[in-house]
Each structure stands twice: as structure tokens, then as C-alpha cells.
Design a protein around this ligand. Structure first.
Ligand code: ADP
Length: 370
């Protein structure tokens, strides 16, 4: 049997009030009996009974009212959750008048949680829509080539060759798209163990610079290395490398006649600053705001031809944000683009201070033992 909280609490609190009243009444009655006449005792008893009835009724009414107020809030919370269960994409939120108590705090937290859940669901939905949209083109191209092969290609070696080559190219594109989509989803669920990893900056930059120099012998790559020896950043090595590779890859991909790229890395007391600069096509002001969005390409045809899926920068930005850094861009159409990364350096205690600290700790330990 379901008994409402309102009745349970009203009955309980009213009984407690009544018992307390009876207890005080008995004590008062004992005192009165020892000092008062029979008439006075009679009049006192009547007043005590009337007082008891009034206190009981007031207790019931006030408790009922107080519990009803709390229950109304709970009912609003329940109704919102019910609405959301029926229609998960609804914008319904708990609306309470602003005040300073625990129930209001609870509703603010529930609303925040609902906002986050909705943002997450929308993100997932958008992602699935984007992915199916992106996969539609290569699948359609593949289908076209296979149909052509089926109709004429078997007997025409030229068509056969062309179609197979184009199909293989599309398959490669799909493969890279799937890999980048996987990278993007992995970035969203980075294992917390990675967040504690540190990377020594200098050797990593030297290695990436040498790799790119070997891969692009037709380019002039200037590396301005102003990294303090031994500097470390709190980022998983592969993630920092991934970001650098994305920015450098883009710099090469979107370079035009001037085949020159500048890579600069420097450390100050708190930050690692990295600059990747090219003298290529540049990005228009309107596009600059959107290049970090998933699947955004300034010029779809151009980017597609250069093998781009529009995911690299969103992966890079997310990675840098996860490690509390920043990734900014400046660009002039026709002149080139500059990407700038900032990451907090790990603050190391200088060696002398470290030894002093250890010595003090040792002394303290010895004193404690004594
Ligand atoms: P993509 O794989 O297409 O290069 P990104 O997310 O790395 O995807 O970049 C998004 C878009 O930003 C690119 O399609 C390109 O239009 C533009 N872009 C990125 N880097 C540069 C650059 N260095 N110079 C000019 N345009 C760039």
C-alpha cells in the first residue's frame, strides 16, 4: 500500500508534538495540584485540554503545509524527469524560484546534468550524421565505378584499369577517414592514465623535424629551437606528436609556390610555445572560426584532392585543450598561415633547492625518532 510522504510525516510530527505537550502538561499539572484549590485545578485542566487540541491542530496544519511545499518541488522534479523519459530530446528543465536551500541546489545540479547529457546526445547525433554524410560520397563513387566495370569494363582494359585505380583511391580515402574518426572518438575518451604522462620536449621536436625533412626534400624547413634542455610538458608523447604532425601536414598540404615552412619551439618560465608557419594559400577570416569544427574544410574539392577529411584540426584542438593548453591560428589569404600552440611546462624544483628540502626532511625525521 502506498502512503504519501505528506501523511506519514504529518502524522509522525503531530504525534511527537502531542506527546511533548502531554509530557509538559503532566509536569505542570503535578505542580498545580500541589499548590492550587479544586476549582483552580479544574479550570487549569480545561485550559490544558483546549490548549492541547489547539497545539495538535496547529501542528497538523503547519506540518502538512511544510511537507506539501517540499513535495511540490519534488513533484516538479519528477514531472521534468517524466517528460524527458517520454521525450528524451525535449528541452524541459526543472523551474524553481531562486532561493538558498538544499532542494534548489539539487535542481540546479540536475538541470546542469541534463544540459550536459543533452549536449552529449546532440554531439553523438551530429557525429553520426556527419559521418554518414562523409561516407556517402566515396561509397557512391565506388558504386559508380563498379557498375561501370560490370557493364563495360570487363571487355575494355582501359576502363577496367581506370575504374580499379579510382576505386582503390576512394577506398584509401575511406580508410583514412575511418582512422581519423577513430582518433576523434578516442580523443573524447582519453584514459586518465595518459593525462599524467610527461614528455621531454627537445628530443621529440628534433625527431619530428628530422622525419618531416626526410619526407619533404623539396621543402625548406626552418627549425628555430629555443627549448631549454630537459624541459617537460604534461602530455602523452604520442598526443603531442599527433598534434604537431597534423599542423605540419597541413602546412605542407596547403603550401603553394613558396615551399618553405617554419617550425619554432621555445620555452619560457611557464610555457612551451610552438609555432608552425607556412606561406601557402591562407584561410579567409570567415573560415578561421570554423576550421576547428569537425569535417569543416575551407574548400571541399581542394581539401579532398589533397587527401583531407576536415578532422585533423578538431582532433588537434581537442587534444591540446584536454592537456590545458591553447591552439590559435592567424592567417592571410594568399600569404600563409600561422598556428600557435601553448602548453604549460612542468615546474621543476631546482636541484639545490631539492637537496636542501630533502636535507630538512631528513633532519626532521631524525629529530622525530629521537
Ligand atoms: P583536412 O584534413 O581537410 O586538412 P583539417 O581539420 O586539418 O582537415 O583542416 C580543416 C581545413 O582548414 C582544411 O580543409 C583547410 O581548408 C584548412 N586549413 C588547415 N590548415 C591550413 C593551412 N595551413 N593553410 C591553409 N588552410 C588550412
Amino acid at each position: 500500500m502506498r502512503i504519501s510522504i505528506r501523511f506519514k510525516w504529518t502524522a509522525l510530527i503531530s504525534i511527537v508534538i502531542l506527546m511533548a505537550y502531554i509530557f509538559v502538561g503532566i509536569l505542570a499539572m503535578r505542580t498545580v495540584q500541589s499548590v492550587a484549590s479544586v476549582n483552580e485545578i479544574h479550570s487549569f485542566t480545561t485550559k490544558l485540554i483546549i490548549g492541547g487540541v489547539v497545539v495538535f491542530i496547529l501542528g497538523v496544519v503547519l506540518t502538512f503545509y511544510a511537507v506539501t511545499l517540499v513535495l511540490n518541488d519534488l513533484r516538479k522534479i519528477n514531472k521534468t524527469i517524466d517528460d524527458l523519459n517520454k521525450k528524451p530530446d525535449s528541452d524541459s528543465r526543472i523551474k524553481l524560484r531562486k532561493r538558498n536551500d538544499e532542494i534548489y541546489d539539487l535542481t540546479v545540479n540536475i538541470n546542469k546534468m541534463l544540459d550536459r547529457m543533452q549536449a552529449y546526445t546532440n554531439q553523438q547525433k551530429e557525429f553520426v550524421e556527419d559521418v554518414s554524410h562523409e561516407l556517402r560520397t566515396p561509397v557512391a563513387v565506388l558504386e559508380g565505378h563498379l557498375s561501370m566495370l560490370q557493364r563495360w569494363g570487363k571487355d575494355d582494359p582501359e576502363v577496367l584499369n581506370d575504374s580499379i585505380n579510382s576505386s582503390l583511391q576512394e577506398l584509401k580515402r575511406m580508410q583514412s577517414l575511418i582512422q581519423e574518426m577513430l582518433d576523434l572518438t578516442r580523443v573524447e575518451q582519453i584514459d586518465s592514465a595518459y593525462l599524467e604522462q610527461t614528455t621531454e620536449v627537445k628530443p621529440m621536436f628534433t625527431q619530428v623535424y628530422n622525419d618531416f625533412k626526410m619526407l619533404h626534400p623539396d621543402f625548406v624547413i626552418n627549425f628555430d629551437d629555443d627549448i631549454r634542455e630537459g624541459s617537460e610538458v604534461k602530455i602523452y608523447r604520442n598526443h603531442l606528436e599527433q598534434v604537431l604532425v597534423i599542423l605540419l601536414d597541413n602546412a605542407f598540404k596547403y603550401s603553394a609556390d613558396r615551399k618553405e615552412i617554419n617550425l619554432a619551439a621555445s620555452t619560457n618560465s611557464a610555457l612551451l610555445e610552438v609555432v608552425v608557419q607556412d606561406y601557402g594559400l591562407g584561410i579567409a577570416k570567415n573560415d578561421l572560426k570554423r576550421i576547428f569544427n569537425r569535417f569543416y574544410r575551407v574548400d571541399k574539392a581542394r581539401s579532398r584532392k589533397r587527401g583531407g577529411n576536415g578532422l585533423g584540426l578538431s582532433i588537434a584542438k581537442r587534444l591540446i585543450e584536454i592537456y590545458h593548453g591553447s591552439l590559435e591560428v592567424e592567417s592571410v589569404v594568399g600569404s600563409g598561415t600561422v598556428f600557435k600552440i601553448e602548453l604549460p611546462l612542468i615546474q621543476k624544483v631546482p636541484e639545490e633547492e631539492q637537496t636542501e628540502k630533502e636535507a630538512t626532511e631528513n633532519n626532521q625525521a631524525t629529530n622525530n625518532k629521537k
